[in-house]
Design a protein around this ligand. Sequence first.
Ligand SMILES: [Zn+2]
Length: 324
Amino acid sequence: MRPARILLLASLLAGCDTPEPSLQRDEAGAGNAPAPRLAATPERDRQRVEWIRLEHAGWRQVEAPAPVISDTPAIADISATPSEPIPAAPALAIIIDDVGHGYAAGRHLIDLPFPVALAILPYTPAGPRLAAEAASAGKTVMLHLPMENLAGSSPGPGGLYAHMDEQEFMRTLEETLDSLPSVQGVNNHMGSRLTALRPQMDWVMAELAERGLFFIDSRTQAATQAAFAAQAQGVPSLSRDVFLDNTRNAQAMEAALQVALGRARRQGFAVLIGHPYPETLAFLASRVAQVPERDGVQLVSLESLFTRQSPLVQPVLPQAGLQR
Ligand SMILES: [Zn+2]
């Protein structure tokens, strides 16, 4: 992009750092929402920053290709950048992680006039209500499934741990899935320890296959076994993504968005992941909403990527003929 265009974008986006007045009002508790919820606090903000640090620790940033494990050819099939011709209509799917603590932020996502997937943490005050309302509004609902991480910090209620035997693991998983209505898919919250364990990933994917759910690997661990396990169980799965809001200002989010758009144009699609920060919500409403017109990239639902008729989309389906 030319410097003049960057300056223009920066000036256009200068207002995005300020949360929308309606959001501030709702977060202050003046809305008519009766759902119990936790107020946004510096502690909650600090915790979310720590989650992101842990979740993204294993992720090689932006233009670097997805990590490939040399002695495991199947992962290369899943994550390699295709070299086929660019499709006519590149698509971008958006997931917002860590939803459920605040009703107002989740409702803001539901009201966005384009497809967004809400990845909702289990046992959060506003989670069940947001799941139901998101489903009614046609938004994708995902369970943001807490899994053990290498740093030893708690992934929160409903967490799955390596020390659990199969019975306890499955009981926890089933209860957590049952706790949230309308779930269409799952992605991992943390999990840098657990996703590297193939037996545990097989247990997760067997349950998802039984329930007809898809899985998105957040890739908190380069040696993740999730894609292999999903493939073996016939669970539709994707793991490519770009993080929108590692840095919470409009200029940094614009740069991340451009990376995602570039990937979408080259690969046919990209998955963009953000978090329910005020800055991110404002950026979604003010900038991402303009993507189809300004950038010529469709905003699509996550699940549509699994049925998308594009030679560049290679979801892990049992019929896909991938190497085992
Ligand atoms: Zn998370």
